[in-house]
Design a protein around this ligand. Structure first.
Ligand code: TYC
Length: 101
């Protein structure tokens, strides 16, 4: 056991950091129909009609809305899945991710 000049033994406790969490962000645009945005929120993020509509409306009014907070891996997968669904349907709808402070 190492000793410092106090003569006391020093014990180092390994500190495990919590994994950083990421936000999935819904971005407003002028072209994607409201119903389509709500449908994607229901399909990809398992939201109810009411919650999906409310989140869609928040992005529509504020420019962006936080959809969910989760691990980086899940956030990136879901954001891509949702953005790809829109792309396939010919809409510019975008979901992005960013780390939580
Ligand atoms: N602004 C779109 C419209 O008026 C609807 C919309 C809402 C699009 C939210 C994207 O993230 C969005 N048709």
């Amino acid at each position: 056991m190492p000793q410092n000049d106090t003569g006391l033994k020093t014990v180092t406790k390994p500190k495990l950091e919590r994994p950083r969490l990421y936000k999935v962000i819904l971005v407003n645009d002028d072209y994607t129909p409201r119903e389509f945005v709500t449908m994607v929120l229901k399909a990809v993020f398992r939201m109810s009609e009411e919650t999906g509509y409310r989140v869609m409306l928040t992005a529509h009014k504020m420019g962006t809305a936080v959809v969910v907070v989760c691990t980086r891996d899940i956030a990136e997968t879901k954001a891509k899945e949702a953005t790809d669904l829109a792309k396939e349907a010919g809409f510019p709808l975008m979901f992005t991710t960013e780390p939580e402070e």
